[in-house]
Design a protein around this ligand. Structure first.
Ligand code: SOE
Length: 379
C-alpha cells in the first residue's frame, strides 16, 4: 500500500530534536501504518548548526525563522522542541496555520499559557499531542493494562521519584543552549516542570486525577553565572521538590524529584500498591515490571520480575523476538507510531494538549503550595 506522507517541520534540534527525529526516521521500518513521516524541514536560529543537523538527520531543508516554517505549504505537522518559553507562541501560530502539532513536554510555562494552547488547537481542530514518552515504555503500558483490568483491586498508594545529580556543581552556569533548564525565564520551573511533570503524567494516566497537593521545594544554589548575560544572577528554579497528594480514587500519592541526588542520573521509579496486587518500575531497568500478586499460591507467592519482551506484551510484536529487549529511544518511536495510528483512525493521540493541561495544573498547584506552605486544590 502506498504510504501517505506526513511532512514534518521540526523547531529546535537539541536532545529532544534528536529523539524525535530518530522516531520519525525509524517508525515506518517497524510499524505498518497508512502514514509515513517525511523529514521536510528543521528550523533553528543558527544557520550553520541547523544545516549540519539537517544533513546528519536527513531533513530536506532548513529555516532559521519558525514563522516561515509554519506557513510553508509543504509542512503538515509542526514539532516543537524549543525551550518551554517558546511553546505557546509557536503552538498558537501553528494552530492558526492549520498545522498538526507535536509539542515537547511540559506543555507550557504555566496553566494560563496551557489553557490558551488548548483553546487554539481545539478551535483549529488540528491533531495534537505532547511528548510524555514514558507512557510508551512497554513495561509502563503493561502496568496500565494490569491496573485497568482490575488485577490490583482498590489502589491505596502511588509513589514516584525522578532523581538526577547533574546540577550539584556551583560552577555550572544557567541559561542558554543546553542549560536553559536552569533558567526560570526559559523553563518556567525547575524539576517540577522538567521531571515531576513526567511522574505526574504517568500517575494520572495510571491512577486517575489528583485532587489536592502539599509540597516543598528548595533551591540549593541561590546564584549562578548566566550564560546569556555573563553576569551572576539569582537562580529562580526549584532544584528539588517533594509533594504528597490525594487522588480522586481515594489513594495517597508521594512524589520526589531532585537534581541533587548524587549518583542518580535519571532514576525514574514508580510503585503502585493495591488491595490485591502491587507493581513497581524503574527506568534504569526499563524493560522489567515488578509484580506481586497476593492471589498467588502461598508457597510461591513473591515479587516476580516480568521481562516485558514478549509479542503479546505492549508494542513488543513490532520488535525482535521474545527475550530481546528495547530501550529509551523506542518510547519516542512508539509515540510517533501512536500518533500516526490515531491519524489513520481519526482519533486523538493521548496525551493531547487537553490531557497535558491537567499535568500543568498539578505542577502549578505544587509550586503554589510550596510557596504558601498550605494544601492546594488542583483546579
Ligand atoms: C533533564 O535532564 C531531562 O533530559 C528531561 O528534560 C527529560 O524530559 C527527561 O526525560 C530526562 O531528563
Amino acid at each position: 500500500m502506498a504510504k501517505k506522507p506526513l511532512r514534518i517541520g521540526l523547531v529546535g534540534y537539541g536532545f529532544m530534536g534528536r529523539t524525535h527525529s530518530n522516531g520519525y526516521r525509524k517508525v515506518s521500518n517497524f510499524f505498518d501504518l497508512e502514514y509515513s513521516p517525511v523529514l521536510k524541514a528543521v528550523c533553528a536560529r543558527d544557520e550553520a548548526k541547523v544545516k549540519a543537523f539537517a544533513e546528519q538527520w536527513g531533513y530536506e531543508s532548513t529555516e532559521t525563522d519558525w514563522r516561515k516554517l509554519i506557513v510553508r505549504d509543504d509542512i503538515d505537522a509542526i514539532d516543537i522542541c524549543t525551550p518551554n518559553n517558546l511553546h505557546k507562541e509557536i503552538a498558537l501560530a501553528a494552530a492558526a496555520a492549520g498545522k498538526m502539532i507535536l509539542c515537547e513536554k511540559p506543555l507550557s510555562m504555566n496553566t494560563a499559557e496551557g489553557e490558551e494552547m488548548v483553546a487554539a488547537v481545539e478551535k483549529a481542530g488540528v491533531p495534537n499531542t505532547v511528548w510524555y514518552n514514558y507512557r510508551r515504555v512497554p513495561a509502563v503500558t503493561l502496568a496500565k493494562q494490569l491496573i485497568d483490568s482490575g488485577k490490583l483491586g482498590k489502589i491505596f498508594h502511588y509513589r514516584a521519584n525522578f532523581l538526577q545529580d547533574w546540577t550539584i556543581s556551583a560552577d555550572l552556569p544557567q541559561g542558554g543552549a543546553a542549560l536553559w533548564r536552569l533558567d526560570a525565564a526559559a523553563a518556567g520551573s525547575g524539576v517540577t516542570g522538567d521531571l515531576l511533570a513526567h511522574c505526574i503524567d504517568t500517575a494520572i494516566w495510571l491512577n486517575g486525577s489528583i485532587k489536592n497537593v502539599s509540597a516543598m521545594t528548595e533551591t540549593f544554589i541561590k546564584e549562578r553565572k548566566h550564560n546569556l548575560t555573563g553576569k551572576v544572577e539569582k537562580v529562580s528554579i526549584d532544584d528539588a521538590c517533594a509533594f504528597m497528594c490525594r487522588f480522586d480514587n481515594g489513594s495517597l500519592g508521594l512524589f520526589e524529584s531532585t537534581r541533587y541526588a548524587r549518583g542518580h542520573k535519571a532514576l525514574y521509579t514508580l510503585e503502585v500498591n493495591g488491595e490485591k496486587a502491587s507493581l513497581k518500575w524503574d527506568l534504569h531497568d526499563l524493560h522489567r515490571l515488578q509484580y506481586f500478586d497476593h492471589g498467588d499460591e502461598g508457597i510461591v507467592r513473591g515479587w516476580r520480575s516480568i521481562h516485558v519482551t514478549d509479542g503479546d506484551q505492549p508494542y513488543m510484536d513490532h520488535w525482535w523476538v521474545p527475550g530481546l529487549q528495547i530501550g529509551y529511544e523506542h518510547t519516542f518511536i512508539h509515540q510517533v507510531a501512536d500518533f500516526l495510528q490515531a491519524l489513520q483512525d481519526g482519533k486523538p493521540c493521548p496525551p493531547t494538549f487537553r490531557d497535558a493541561l491537567e499535568t500543568q495544573k498539578i505542577c502549578d498547584a505544587v509550586l503554589t503550595s510550596a510557596k504558601s506552605g498550605t494544601w492546594q486544590n488542583v483546579e
